[in-house]
Design a protein around this ligand. Structure first.
Ligand code: BGC
Length: 725
């Protein structure tokens, strides 16, 4: 359909019909205009797969027997793979399933930067670094949209906490906004060509992000040229005039009074009463309708052949499993305890409630009604087969069965409840009764597990967090492990220092109570339906781990820059006083010890990286190109992958800069004994910073160090380049 045809359609629409297209007429859809062949626009959560279907006007699941879907690895798991190809494959599957379930827009991916690991939704995002997030969101969005489905990159912007998420007002420097919080959105728009963006609940500088003139009109539309649909977060609109004028296209919410939404009758009344200039209002409304029709057209919703998609395609299982495999991060392997040799184990003890828990149904709007979910315990059983006796003991007690999200408030309307409830973490173990029961049960479970640990040939512990903590609607109080795990793990390691400890978590946890005693330590995430198999394959050496942390694990949450230099979670407003010093940019520059740094992860083989050289190929005002080459060798005994990380540091910065910043990475697969030469290119943005005075990015002349590294804390080689701009 041509632009002309779209204009023709717009000219045929009545004011009422236009209003119908720009606000929800169901909890997840708008109204179409049947007489003109314009269908309703149907959206669905979310980032880990297509959510179950809800009633049109009551926040209650319909209870279909056929809305079970693939449960995809969370974005944190995906980010831990550092693999662009897997991001693309994951997107393809998500898009295909969304289309297969008849959706027009999938409300994903979430790409807010992890400002503080305590943020309850960290598991939905891709960690703490704008470059890593940008590199992964682009193929992810492309993969989704290949299926005639729109992505909806969220939450734009600065939705970095759940506490007071609906109203908190963010104060952030322009430089931090531009260097840390916006680049991944910009990449999703300019390179990923996303057709959808979701406004965030919170405010920026006093104005709600869903109708924020600066964010939506000035940056998203004028600067980045976005022509797609801006959808509000559900219930994120607060003002008709602002919603009309400030770049929003579609208002969605959580209640069934659809005609009373800000962009419904209130808008029409405002126009009729002359409270707003009619011509201007129509012009603005037309803009919204134009964006919607433009996207509908691109998705072949108005004419032509639209892809039909499918879901639960068995052929996608391998890609889901591969992503889960590559997301596993090996944190410690003293005495080469891992991989375990299955032939030597007659009796295996598996401990930990997470070994036996399905996580798919939790987390908030990212919940999934999974076709299946292979838990670690099942994965281990599947892998070992009949020759090993596998004993399972929970070890600690978790009373919070299921998902706090659905348990908050007064009815099954999890979403609306969370919008109304103030996030108080205390509510989880509110009554003394519960705490008492937890203690008693913990003692009983611990005693049983510790007893069993004495004579097992090998012990695997799977603990960490659950979606009672990694969840929408609330932040964590600290990074401590729940359910008395610290005490238990400590005792277990005293008896069995060779225990393989697995932290299954969506965000960093504080392991300081026992980490020095652990010899074998793995971080696994909410890794989707194949997660348990992938983890078992790593434990028993069928897969060589290649994940790297997409976020720093601080020693304690007290070390976190958002707390030390800024505020978290703040009050009615929150000051991002740490500026650009987020994640490793802070720990590195301020020399703060971490538990495990950004980019970190071990392998069962060993790599050396040598021969770094960097050459300025072009340096003009318009273009900069530095070519970086180096060699990677696998000097160990088995095939594996190294994630080579290139950081850039300004030797004599004119403004305060981070000690170094990630500007390129390459995941390289090598057979045992193999060497490969790797070449990466650094362009303008690898050297630029946001200059508040001139209001733009700027590269200063001078000397820069190009650092070849295994993690933010392990630089293996340095090369110098000089740029004269
Ligand atoms: C969440 C969004 C989600 C929407 C629809 C909101 O509460 O913040 O991420 O897409 O609900 O369920």
């Amino acid at each position: 359909m041509t632009g002309e045809r779209i204009e023709e359609l717009i000219s045929q629409l009545t004011l009422q019909e236009k209003a119908d297209m720009v606000h929800g007429n169901g909890l997840f859809s708008t109204k179409g205009v049947e007489r003109l062949g314009i269908p309703p626009f149907i959206t669905s959560d979310g980032p880990m797969g297509v959510r179950k279907d809800f009633n049109k006007d009551v926040w209650r699941e319909i209870g279909l027997s056929y809305d079970r879907v693939s449960y995809l690895p969370s974005n944190t798991a995906l980010a831990a793979t550092w693999n662009r190809e897997l991001a693309y494959r994951t997107g393809q599957i998500l898009g295909k399933e969304a289309r297969g379930r008849g959706k027009d827009m999938i409300l994903a991916p979430g790409i807010n930067i992890m400002r503080n690991p305590r943020c309850g939704r960290s598991f939905e995002y891709m960690g703490e670094d704008p470059y890593l997030t940008s590199e992964l969101v682009v193929p992810l969005v492309k993969g989704i949209e290949e299926n005639d489905v729109s992505a909806c990159v969220k939450h734009f912007a600065l939705n970095n906490q759940e506490t007071k998420r609906l109203e908190v007002d963010v104060e952030v420097s322009e430089r931090a906004l531009r260097e840390i919080y916006l680049p991944a959105f910009e990449a999703a728009v300019k390179k990923g060509k996303t057709k959808g963006i979701m406004g965030a609940y919170n405010k920026l500088r006093g104005s709600h992000c869903c109708h924020n003139d600066y964010l939506l009109n000035k940056i998203l539309r004028d600067e980045w040229g976005f022509e797609g649909i801006v959808v509000s977060d559900w219930g994120g609109v607060h003002d008709t005039k602002e919603a009309l004028m400030n770049g929003l296209d579609m208002e969605m919410s959580v209640t069934d009074n659809f005609d009373e939404y800000y962009l419904a009758n209130p808008l029409l009344k405002m126009i009729e009463s002359g409270e707003i200039d009619r011509e201007l209002a129509v012009e603005k409304l037309d803009e919204k309708v134009r964006h919607i029709l433009h996207v509908m057209n691109e998705l072949h919703m108005l004419d032509g052949e639209r892809k039909s998609g499918t879901y639960n395609d068995y052929r996608d299982k391998e890609a889901l499993r591969q992503t889960a495999r590559e997301s596993v991060v090996l944190l410690k392997n003293d005495d080469n305890i891992l991989p375990l040799d299955k032939k030597k184990i007659k009796k295996l003890l598996v401990i930990g409630e997470n070994a036996n828990r399905c996580h798919a149904p939790g987390g908030g709007s990212a919940e999934i009604k999974a076709l299946y979910e292979i838990t670690p315990l099942m994965g281990i059983n599947m892998l070992l087969g009949g020759n090993t006796q596998i004993v399972y003991k929970p070890g600690y007690y978790n009373e919070d069965v299921g998902n706090i999200w659905a348990n908050v408030g007064n009815d099954e309307n999890g979403q609306a409840d969370s919008l109304n409830a103030s996030p108080e973490p205390e509510r989880k173990l509110a009554d003394d009764e519960k705490i008492k029961r937890q203690r008693e049960k913990n003692d009983e479970y611990a005693a049983e597990a510790l007893e069993a640990a004495r004579d097992a040939d090998a012990v695997i512990f799977v603990g960490g967090l659950t979606h009672d903590y990694d969840t929408e609607g609330q932040d964590r109080e600290d990074l401590k492990l729940p359910y008395g795990q610290d005490e238990f793990i400590s005792k277990l390691l005293d008896i069995r220092p060779d225990t393989v400890v697995i932290m299954q978590t969506g965000s960093p946890v504080d392991m300081s109570a026992w980490v020095d005693k652990a010899k074998a330590l793995i971080c696994s995430w909410y890794a989707g339906m194949e997660g348990g198999v992938a983890l078992a394959e790593v434990i028993f050496g069928e897969v060589n781990p290649s994940g790297r942390l997409p976020e720093t694990f601080p020693v304690s949450d007290k070390d976190c820059p958002a707390v030390v230099l800024g505020e978290f979670p703040g009050g009615d407003s929150v000051n991002y006083g740490e500026g650009i010093f987020v994640g490793y940019r802070y720990y590195d520059t301020y020399d703060v010890k971490t538990a495990f740094p950004f980019g970190y992860g071990l392998s069962y083989t060993e790599f050396v990286m040598t021969g770094l050289s960097a050459r300025v190929v072009e340096c003009t005002r318009e273009n900069k190109l530095v070519e970086v080459t180096f060699n990677i060798s696998n000097i160990g005994g088995r095939a594996g992958a190294q994630v080579a990380q290139i950081y850039v540091a300004d030797k004599l910065p004119k403004v305060k800069k981070a000690a170094k910043e990630l500007k390129a990475f390459e995941k390289v697969w090598l057979e045992a004994g193999e060497t490969k030469q790797v070449k990466v290119e650094l362009r303008e943005d690898a050297f630029a910073y946001y200059d508040e005075e001139s209001g733009g990015f700027k590269v200063d002349s001078g000397n820069y160090m190009i650092l070849l590294a295994k993690s933010a804390e392990e630089v293996v080689d340095v090369a110098d380049v000089t740029l004269s701009v």
